[in-house]
Design a protein around this ligand. Sequence first.
Ligand code: ADP
Ligand code: AMP
Length: 221
Amino acid sequence: MNIILLGPPGAGKGTQAARLVERYGMRQLSTGDMLRAAVKAETPTGLRVKAIMEAGELVSDDVVSTLISEELVALPQTVGIIFDGYPRTAAQARQLDEILARHHRKLDRVVELEVDEDALVERITGRFTCAHCGAGYHDKFKLPKNALHEDEPLRCDHCGSTDFKRRPDDNEETVRTRMAEYRAKTAPILPLYEERGIVVRVDGMADIDIVTQQIERVLGL
Ligand code: ADP
Ligand code: AMP
């Protein structure tokens, strides 16, 4: 099964994708993660997109579609894909259709995470990840389990690392720009998928476990 997780920044796409990967062996393709890796490695693409990402604006359609296209080449046909943070514009949606057709894949579902915009700033400004394995956490909604022991340093539930990091674009000002970009350029691609009858919706404001259950239900997993 190939699906898109669609929703504004902080809706929970990465959190839910990680669970689908763990439980069903699907593959998460996050253009945001790929771009951050390129920035870190200081590749030509990374150097070009760094300032755009820090400002919360969208990088060019061709850059992200090329990244996706390259990933698909190496992916066995039997592995289902979760597109996370892509496509984000009508042009990217068209490019994705072409890429999937080239790889004899089809898009089965678009899962829209419906969220209340007011909650997103708190979600994003409280977000942090394990610097070692990338597991995602939140200051209030998802602390590592050992946070109950106040005298110990925080330890990642998955790999035990005590090293955590925050994204430079996870600040209130940039979040507002990212939300405006979502509203103006990404939300308008939904009708395209609605016409195909493949959009399913879940309540992204529910607890993390409940959202997962809803996604499993709408996907028939
Ligand atoms: P996205 O990938 O859509 O930008 P994330 O999955 O990174 O969003 O989630 C943003 C932050 O909100 C993370 O810190 C995550 O732990 C937290 N979070 C995700 N889903 C929920 C939820 N249903 N309720 C509360 N917090 C959540
Ligand atoms: P994300 O990790 O999905 O929140 O993305 C972080 C940033 O990377 C965004 O604010 C954009 O600058 C850039 N980005 C990620 N995916 C895309 C995309 N599909 N199209 C354009 N820009 C993207």
